[in-house]
Ligand binder design. Structure first.
Ligand SMILES: [Zn+2]
Length: 360
């Protein structure tokens, strides 16, 4: 199955942080079809092991997505919600959502936008806070919502699905990080068929990244990796509003992060291990894959926590350029995903028993 087909399948499946079961089931069935065995830990991280002779590598990507949780059901059936994850409030009005109650039981709805004819001049240019938003699922009463299965705590996500734009691109919610999941399924396919040795790889699909960045942590503690490679988006900077932020172009290949940092209450980030920077640069060159570079503050992944496990883990963030992060219309270029899968597979084959992890 191609990366496109897998990504479409994964994007059609809802999986709010802490409610990843349906995404995990899709990934598990894909791994089953490849003949790859896998297990799930208590946090519900999914991991497949590929034994080799090199150091222990944890290659991981998160399967959850951001969204909302029902906070209150109004008497007239409207739903009030809390944000879960970095939801951009200014991109919410008029969005389609679902209350993700289970296959066949999902409830479609819309995030309401005040009728334009009644919008005052100052409201026109004001972002409505999530506390004041409401979700309209067509319910006429609170009990109708409850009968449908909606409860306080029910997960709400952007309406799942995707559509093609341009020749090579796909748009929709949760490209972050279902694209990473689709790429790692391709890598799993390559590892299942690999000949010869290479790294000992724990390939993992992790939980709750969009919530608190720490769902992968217990898995990392259990695995005790020497090397951690995390796969997620790289902020594309090729739109008119982003050009000052870097040189990450959609459709021009995968990227590595040389610096990430998040200061607002978090104080964490990743400065990659130099041996891993060299590894990806040399592999990209040998395989004729263009490799882009990212250095961003305001960006953070769960690798920030994984790198601190045990005696310390040599770490690097690798990823695909993506536009419009955390909106319901994230955009990715399929050529970047194909190239990223190739880059990861080739890099893993170069992590042999004598791979030098001395820093510097
Ligand atoms: Zn992500």
């Amino acid at each position: 199955m191609s990366i496109l087909e897998r990504l479409q399948k994964l994007m059609a499946t809802p999986g709010l942080s802490g409610h990843e079961d349906r995404v995990r089931a899709v990934i598990a069935s894909e791994l089953d079809a490849l003949g790859v065995s896998h297990r799930t830990d208590r946090m519900c991280n999914l991991v497949a092991e590929f034994h080799g002779e090199g150091p222990n590598v944890m290659l991981f990507t998160h399967m959850d997505q951001l969204g909302f949780v029902v906070r209150k059901i109004e008497d007239d059936g409207f739903l009030r919600v809390e944000r879960l994850g970095g939801v951009p409030e200014r991109a919410l009005a008029s969005q389609e959502v679902i209350v993700a109650l289970g296959k066949g039981r999902d409830v479609p709805g819309i995030i309401a936008n005040k009728s334009h004819h009644a919008t005052t001049p100052d409201e026109k240019y004001t972002v409505v806070r999530v506390a004041d938003l409401y979700v309209d699922c067509g319910f006429e009463t609170k009990s109708e919502a409850e009968t449908a299965g909606v409860r306080i705590g029910s997960p709400v996500v952007y309406a799942p699905g995707s559509f093609r734009i341009g020749k090579h691109r796909l748009a929709g919610p949760a490209v972050d990080d279902r694209a990473g999941c689709a790429v790692l399924l391709s890598v799993a396919e390559g590892l299942a068929n690999r000949k010869g040795n290479g790294a000992n790889v724990s390939l993992a699909f992790t939980v709750q990244e969009e919530f608190n960045l720490r769902g992968a942590l217990p898995l990392a503690q259990a695995i005790g990796p020497d090397i951690a490679i995390q796969v997620d988006l790289m902020l594309a900077t090729d739109t008119p509003d982003m050009t000052g932020r870097g040189e990450m172009l959609l459709g021009k290949g995968p990227g590595i992060s040389l610096y990430s940092f998040h200061g607002r209450g978090t104080l964490n980030g990743v400065i990659p291990h130099p041996a891993l920077v060299r590894l990806f640069e040399e592999t990209a060159e040998a395989e004729s894959i263009p490799l882009q570079r990212s250095a961003q503050s305001g960006v953070l992944t769960d690798l920030s926590y994984v790198q601190l496990v045990g005696g310390g883990v040599a770490s690097i963030d690798v990823g695909f350029p993506m536009r419009y992060s955390h909106s319901s219309r994230e955009v990715v270029d399929l050529r970047d995903l194909d190239a990223l899968a190739k880059l990861l597979t080739a890099s893993l084959s170069r992590i042999t028993a004598d791979f030098d992890l001395l820093r510097g």
